[in-house]
Each structure stands twice: as structure tokens, then as C-alpha cells.
Design a protein around this ligand. Structure first.
Ligand code: IPM
Ligand code: MN
Length: 369
């Protein structure tokens, strides 16, 4: 064994534990093949624990989680718990306290049949969204005045700090500069771009025409940083236009960087053009600390316990985690195995329509490693 990794696992609520089981199974298969060991440490955070004990996320657990380089998260959200308690109390709190300031969401379509947009296939849908993950409207700044009166005032502030914006932009420029090995130019570039030495494109997604304080900071930061990355072509688009182009021309995007809320919204739309929440994975990244990997979908109470939910997103999240831990070959093997199983076995990526159970899909991907 070359390496061994300690990973904290939060299966969480609903279908979270079901997809987590398959993701860990596939990660272990990759470990067996590529010579590393994974030591899972399970944490029972989620709706059940909250309902039983009133505990959402004890400080002592945060302190323990901090010691891991990686956390694997299934899903949080329970039908008997008021919305927000678990999402804010577990997911957002961990993102903030562990300073996971990047939410990395690759958007890749594996099979044309899974794309709801006519005439778009894997060639057209292949980009990465870098979402700021610690600030913006999600920072929790704001308050009420005169609550429950006709004069009620509700304020929700978007926090954008120079440090927060710059570190996110830097991460995104680096993702763009390193894409395709930093050599093979992105096919969306124009001949004059490649002649000028560009290999990738980074699009800032904002709303500079209305959010003239926040996105002025983002835009200046973007322009000031660009000269440090001469191989990256810079591009800007308003968030509303991005939504339109994700449907009309997804091939126009290579890497996108954006704030927390816009990133949340556009990545759900992006998940649909890549085949749905059954395949969309993400990483909450602190490059110097503890990162957390999760399928983008929620706890799907409707499908809980039926062994019908698609585990591919969860499996892909495990692949991203191994990539982050430095096991790049294992990560690539997991992605290739997923693609192979999607293309040769799975009927539809939707829950209950795969033609196989959750467990069977996990077994198929594991044996294709
Ligand atoms: C996501 C989710 C979360 C978010 C919720 C559950 C707090 O929608 O990961 O995109 O808004 O970030
Ligand atoms: Mn979301």
C-alpha cells in the first residue's frame, strides 16, 4: 500500500446513506486497483439525530472534522424537520467554518440521450463552474425590523470581500489554466486566440448592470488578475444571459466563475443539461484545509429506502474526492467506469428508471474499475 486516507463520512438523510454506500464501494474498488487504502469514519449527523437528541452539529464534531483532509457527504434534509435547520446547520455551517471557499461543479454530459436539449451531446456540454462558497447572499448577514407587522423590513445583504473574491478568482484562473493539461486548446477558442497562446476560457458570470457594487468588485478583481494567466482568455456574461446560453449554446463555456447565489442557481440548470441530478457532483474545497465532496442532489425523501435512486452523482463525487487527495489515476478510472456503465447498461439516469437498482449500479461501476 502506498497511501492510506482517513475520510469522514456523513451519509445524512433520505437517500444520502444509500448513495454513499455505493460511492464508498466504488472508491474502495479504485483503492484496491491503484494501491491505496481508505479508512472511513462515520458520523451520524442529520435529521434522525436532530429529532432524537436536538443536536444539529455539535462544536466538538466540527473540531473532529477539521482534522480530516476530506469529508464525504451524502445528503441533508429531512421531511419532518423545518427547512433550513439542517441545510444551514450542517451543510452551510461546515462550508463556512471549514472555509471551503470554493464550490467546484464540473458539468459534463456523458450520453446525448440524457440531455433534454435538442442536438446537444457530450461535445457541447463540458464545462466547469467555480462557485464562491463562503460569501455573497449566503453569508447570513441581514435582519428584520418590525417583524410580523405591516411595517416589516427584511434585509439580506450580499457580502463580497476583496480577499474572498480574489481567492475565488485565483482558483478559477488556475482551474482554467490547467484544464486539458494546460496544452490542448479548448475547441471553442477562435484561431486568433490560439495564435495568441490561449488554451482556455474563463467566463465571469455576474450582473454588473444592476449589482453595481458587488460585481464592480468582482469585475475589477477579474481584470486585474487576468494578466497573470496569459493562456486564459477572459470573458464576461450576465447571469440571466448565461441561463439562456446554457440551453441554447452550452458549447460556449469552458470554465465559469461566479458568486455564491448565482452559482447555486446556474448549477441546477447546468445539472439538467448534463443529464440531471443523478449525475451532478460537487466539491466544497478548502485547498489548504478540509474539503467536502457531495452529490448535488438532495435527500429525495420520495425515493428513500427503495433502492432506486441513481448513485452515479455520489460515485462521481467520490472520484472528485480521490482526485483532490492526489489519486488522479483512480479518479479518472472512476469517471471512465461511470461513463462505460452509463453507455452500456443504464437505460435512463432518472430514479426508478435506470433498469437496475442503486446497489446494482454501484456493483457495475465498481467492477468496471
Ligand atoms: C446546493 C444546495 C445548498 C445551497 C442548500 C441545500 C443549502 O442547494 O448545494 O446547491 O444552496 O448551496
Ligand atoms: Mn443548490
Amino acid at each position: 500500500m502506498n497511501n492510506s486516507y482517513n475520510v469522514a463520512v456523513i451519509g445524512g438523510d433520505g437517500t444520502g446513506p444509500e448513495v454513499t454506500r455505493e460511492a464508498l464501494k466504488v472508491a474502495e474498488a479504485a483503492g484496491a486497483k491503484f494501491g491505496f487504502k481508505l479508512n472511513w469514519q462515520h458520523y451520524d449527523l442529520g435529521g434522525e439525530r436532530y429529532l432524537k437528541t436536538g443536536e444539529v452539529l455539535p462544536d466538538s464534531v466540527v473540531a473532529e472534522l477539521r482534522k480530516f483532509k476530506a469529508i464525504y457527504l451524502g445528503a441533508v434534509g429531512h421531511p419532518d424537520v423545518k427547512p433550513g435547520i439542517l441545510e444551514k446547520g450542517i451543510l452551510l455551517r461546515l462550508r463556512f467554518e471549514l472555509e471551503q471557499y470554493i464550490n467546484l461543479r464540473p458539468v459534463k454530459l456523458y450520453r446525448a440521450a440524457d440531455c433534454p436539449v435538442k442536438d446537444k451531446g457530450p461535445e457541447q456540454v463540458d464545462f466547469i463552474v467555480v462557485r464562491e462558497n463562503n460569501e455573497g447572499l449566503y453569508a447570513g448577514a441581514g435582519g428584520n425590523l418590525f417583524k410580523n407587522t405591516p411595517h416589516e423590513v427584511a434585509i439580506q445583504e450580499s457580502i463580497n470581500t476583496r480577499r474572498g473574491v480574489d481567492r475565488c478568482l485565483k482558483y478559477a484562473f488556475e482551474v482554467a489554466a490547467k484544464r486539458r493539461g494546460g496544452k490542448q486548446p479548448w475547441k471553442g477558442l477562435k484561431p486568433e486566440d490560439t495564435a495568441a497562446g490561449k488554451t482556455a476560457q474563463l467566463t465571469l458570470c455576474g450582473k454588473t448592470n444592476v449589482l453595481t457594487y458587488a460585481f464592480d468588485l468582482w469585475f475589477r478583481g477579474f481584470q486585474e488578475m487576468a494578466p497573470k494567466y496569459p493562456t486564459v482568455k477572459t470573458d464576461y456574461a450576465h447571469v440571466d444571459a448565461i441561463c439562456m446560453w446554457f440551453v441554447k449554446n452550452p458549447e460556449w463555456f469552458d470554465v465559469i466563475v461566479t458568486d455564491n447565489m448565482f452559482g447555486d442557481i446556474i448549477t441546477d440548470l447546468a445539472a439538467m443539461i448534463q443529464g440531471g441530478l443523478g449525475v451532478a457532483a460537487g466539491g466544497n474545497i478548502n485547498p489548504e484545509g478540509t474539503s467536502m465532496f457531495e452529490p448535488m442532489g438532495g435527500s429525495a425523501p420520495k425515493y428513500t429506502g427503495q433502492n432506486v435512486i441513481n448513485p452515479i452523482a455520489a460515485i462521481n463525487a467520490a472520484g472528485m474526492m480521490l482526485d483532490f487527495l492526489g489519486e488522479t489515476k483512480a479518479a479518472a478510472a472512476i469517471e471512465n467506469a461511470s461513463v462505460q456503465i452509463i453507455n452500456t447498461k443504464i437505460q435512463s439516469l432518472a430514479a426508478g428508471k435506470m433498469g437496475y437498482s442503486t446497489t446494482q449500479v454501484g456493483d457495475l461501476v465498481a467492477s468496471a474499475i
